[in-house]
Design a protein around this ligand. Sequence first.
Ligand code: C2E
Ligand code: MG
Ligand code: MG
Length: 623
Amino acid sequence: MRPEDTQEILFTTTAMGAGADAVSRMRAEAESGGQESDHAAESVIMMVDDEPINIEVLQTFLQDAGYKKFVSTSNPLEALDLIAAHRPDVVLLDIVMPEMSGFEILKRMRKEEAYAHVPVIFLTSSTDADTKLMALELGATDFLAKPVDSSELALRLRNTLSAKAYRDRLANYDTVTGLPNRRLFMDRIERALRDTANTGAAGAVLQLNLDRFKQVNEALGLNIGDSVLKAVAMRLDLALRGAAAAYLDGPKAVPPVLARLGGDEFTVLLAGIGKAEHATPVAQSLVNAIAGPFRAGGEEVFLSASVGVTIFPDDGMEAGTLINNAGVAMRHAKEQGGNGYQLYSKEQNARSLHRLSLEGELRRAIERDELRLFYQPKVRVANGRGSGAEALVRWQHPERGLLGPNEFIPVAEETGLVVPLGEWVLRTACTQSADWIRAGLRVPRISVNVASPQFRTQRFPQTVGSALEDADLDPRYICLELTESAMMEDAPRSVRFLQELKEIGVRLSIDDFGTGYSSLSYLKRFPLNELKIDRSFVMGVDTDADNAAIVIAIIAMARGLGLSVCAEGVETKSQLGLLKRHDCDECQGFLFSKPMPTEAFAKLLGSPAGSAPAVRQAATASA
Ligand code: C2E
Ligand code: MG
Ligand code: MG
């Protein structure tokens, strides 16, 4: 049976044991009964023989055996064009023909990717071994002696077609889920695009990716991961049947195709949907289908999915472009927090291209020494004296000038580049501090930001330890700023890591407090020293009663937990006044100083007592 002719959502049959879920079983049962007659009825048989009478005889035999679809020619020069146009399931090929021999035709077929694997049965009156050897060498599938015996013909043909059907299945279906694979999916898109070129009917390509599936695989192992994927495929299939019913009665509608491209990436082709708006309810129902818990290996697994939708002909008329667009939109859905769908837009594509080039440039930036550290002083609220500084990374871009972290840290986090970048920041802060100490400057404690992916690395505490050791710096000079989300991601492991870091001797701070999600019970167990109140709360503290209430409550809570409190982003005297009245320990903000380049900061360290006026002066000098 040819998968191309299936008139419903494509699914595997019994040949794929692994895909034996309810849906494919249903299909398999429906198919298995009539498999032989299916071959006969659906297979396209091509015959090439310079004697028309031979073709007539063959066709009569084959019709008696139940075959119905034939393509034939007595002109060997036509053979290759006919193969290209009709894509036969098997070619019965005469060897000795004028103008072009069967050998030559086979030789040319095997060179063409598209029909290199079409089975060829030679018809030959020659019994000599050399001819047969030559034919096999060229890739012939089988022989039939002339004159042809009708029952031998039927048997050889049946075997050849069964083998081809099995091979097609292996080549076109995914072994884990039984769904069509990338190859078959691409073929379907191309077919749909040809229809669209003729009829103008709209269609959509959807790409679905599971959010956090990697964690399932890592935590539960690949086998359970596979069974979750199977269950996901089944749910998607059912959801798709339900959702597609809404537009399937349209005049040009074609049943949807669900495929697995690999990993946890699924795609859907909706062809002939009439209106582009028909695609979004389908996307939503796929997202909904994943929402309920999966039972796998005795565990309940909660997943969600992100779906990207691209419409043709509007967004493109090439299979590769459409799959790419759907991927861009899917990643956009993920950036929005996952568990939802997004439609593709040209702006998204421009952004993702920009990201791609940024990624490459950032990789080189580390090697080419284009990163710089700026330092922003921290000040004691009570007396305005400098008490520390935060190291903030900048990128001296060769064309675009000095870039702030918001322009590249998000990409660095996504691509994992933040790990080497963060290590560079830490090592640079350590060596600069050690140099300043050796130069006799009064060096305060330097705070270094740590991104989640960095904190997630296996040997993060050791990395910190070796940076300090290599710089020969007393660990008390360094404070690490971690975010709530970095610590809460795997809280028990964070407790261990923080303990190890504490033993190394660095100070530990929780950054941007109030913007993430923390469990207070864990907060108590994390061996932290400091809490930094996020700028968004400090900003309106003197004008907005709610913000003031939040800041006051955070200060009280930090006190209760024995943490020192630092307010970020202090810009006005009245903000400072409120912080002072509520006994905030330290603050940091433009009121005192903007982040300043290394040289300006070193100059500040050399000035008397690093007092607030000195801090301000240095800031003006560097502005
Ligand atoms: P953050 O760690 O919360 O750093 C404080 C940010 O607030 C800095 O922005 C600082 O310039 C800004 N800021 C301080 N006082 C004021 C103020 O009074 N008003 C205003 N409007 N802004 C103020 P910056 O340097 O742009 O850094 C932004 C964020 O980028 C940092 O937030 C941090 O999350 C991240 N970042 C910076 N350097 C690094 C780094 O080396 N590694 C990692 N992983 N992240 C970094
Ligand atoms: Mg920070
Ligand atoms: Mg912060």
